[in-house]
Design a protein around this ligand. Structure first.
Ligand code: PLP
Length: 427
């Protein structure tokens, strides 16, 4: 190999490899995220909008910029040096995702744009071939719009019906209702792993087991899960599992659809175009093997490489360490916010991720968000793309503080002070 060759391909490979960190030094971790150093309206940024999107560590930013500085080329079709190495990096990212989800085979990992696209892909391929007039698609009352609307569109097209598993006042699924809603008409169950609006962690293993007893395959929306808990698609026995890179410290525009190989093999392609074909004539096109059959056109190569780097970063910190740290934050924040008279937490499930939706009596969530913003605190306000959840709790909106691996107890204290300020303004 030439010197140039030696210096290129592995330089845009993840910077962090090796042993899992023992313990968790959040101040050290924060230094990996340059965006957190800035001031907003004269205050140190307190970023608590992680359920919307997470910030990116230098390990990811550097890998992406190095890819564009030194490695950019289109993949799969090139025989030249850069193309071959970009292809290798892209496929290395697929192997990293496979291991992250513990999928049995890298052909089960389809790169898509986002969780939204992954769900639409399943609806438009598996859904369109398996759901017919009078059939049912089962959802839950805590789904994000992206796990409702694609199914609704499918049902409208096919003359099928949506059914919904209800939730209780804590925001937990009424598990006893699930078997009652499954019948021979049910063709699919689509369920979120963790609710973005409530923080509820669903008992997914049990849900999938019950669905499978009725021969119903399960599509899991893992958009809020993969950054908080270890996901093992084989252990869960999930048929499909989707997530977005940007919520797991990777860039926007890249996401993953996992599907069991047997299901993916028999599904028709989603989009037609380059790369998803084996051969094309005007008479007939033969489709490519998995996973390429579902990856038409030039993919988000830099995004996939960035996702691989983000997963390496998480692995380096250790998912158990991240989960323990976030669990501590959730406990501390729940206790702190519950102690403020007039604050009501929406979503008090026994199993929760570090997401706190809340309302304050007599104050609109948008006003809460605006005043907190002036204190440098970023939270999200609104219906969080989960309007049925708002309807269930008979509220128009909530303010939502959602935590990530870099948040601290001091930031929870800042949130509490900010909320007290909101209450003073509206007193
Ligand atoms: C539970 C859940 N599902 C799906 C999505 C959609 O993610 P994306 O917009 O990245 O496709 C989100 C985003 O907020 C989410 O929280």
């Amino acid at each position: 190999m030439s010197t140039a060759a030696n210096s290129m391909p592995h330089e845009f490979h993840p910077l962090i490899t090796g042993e899992t960190m023992t313990g968790f030094d959040v101040e050290k971790v924060r230094r990996d995220f340059p965006i957190l150093e800035q001031q907003v309206y004269g205050h140190r940024l307190v970023y608590l909008d992680n359920a919307a999107t997470s910030q990116k560590p230098l390990a990811v930013i550097d890998v992406i910029s190095r890819y564009y500085e030194r490695g950019n080329a289109n993949i799969h079709r090139g025989v030249h040096y850069l193309s071959e190495h970009a292809t290798e990096e892209h496929e290395a990212a697929r192997r990293t995702v496979r291991s992250f989800l513990n999928a049995a085979d890298k052909r089960e990992i389809i790169f898509v744009r986002s969780a939204t696209e992954g769900i639409n892909l399943v609806a438009q391929t598996y859904g369109r071939t398996h759901v017919g007039a009078g059939d049912e698609v089962l959802l839950t009352a805590m789904e994000h719009h992206s796990n409702i609307v694609p199914w609704q569109m499918l049902c409208e097209e096919k003359g099928a019906h949506l059914r919904v598993v209800p939730i209780n006042d804590r925001g937990e699924l009424l598990m006893e209702e699930l078997p009652k809603l499954l019948s021979e008409r049910t063709k699919l169950l689509a369920v979120t792993h963790i609710s973005n609006a409530l923080g509820t962690i669903n008992p997914l293993r049990k849900i999938i087991e019950i669905a499978h007893q009725h021969n119903v395959p399960v599509v899991v929306d893992g958009a809020q899960a993969v950054s908080h808990i270890k996901v093992d698609v084989q252990e869960l026995d999930a048929d499909f599992y989707v997530f977005s890179g940007h919520k797991v410290y990777a860039p926007t525009g890249i996401g993953v659809l996992y599907g069991k190989r047997a299901l993916l093999e028999e599904m028709p392609p989603y989009q037609g175009g380059g790369d998803m074909i084996r051969s094309v004539t005007f008479e007939k096109t033969l489709y490519n093997d998995l996973p390429y059959k579902f990856e038409a056109g030039t993919p988000n190569i830099g995004g996939a490489i960035g996702l691989g780097a983000a997963i390496d970063y998480i692995n380096h910190l250790g998912m158990e360490n991240i989960a323990a740290h976030e669990h501590d934050l959730l406990g501390y924040a729940t206790e702190s916010l519950s102690a403020i008279p007039g604050v009501r937490i929406i979503g008090t499930a026994a199993q929760k991720a570090a997401v706190i939706s809340f309302i304050i009596e007599g104050i609109h969530p948008h006003d809460i968000g605006t005043i907190l913003d002036r204190e440098g605190i970023a939270v999200r306000t609104g219906h969080h793309c989960a309007q049925p959840v708002m309807q269930r709790f008979r509220i128009p909106a909530t303010a939502r503080a959602s935590f990530a691996l870099y948040n601290t107890r001091a930031e929870v204290d800042a949130l509490v002070k900010g909320i007290e300020k909101v209450m003073e303004v509206f007193a």
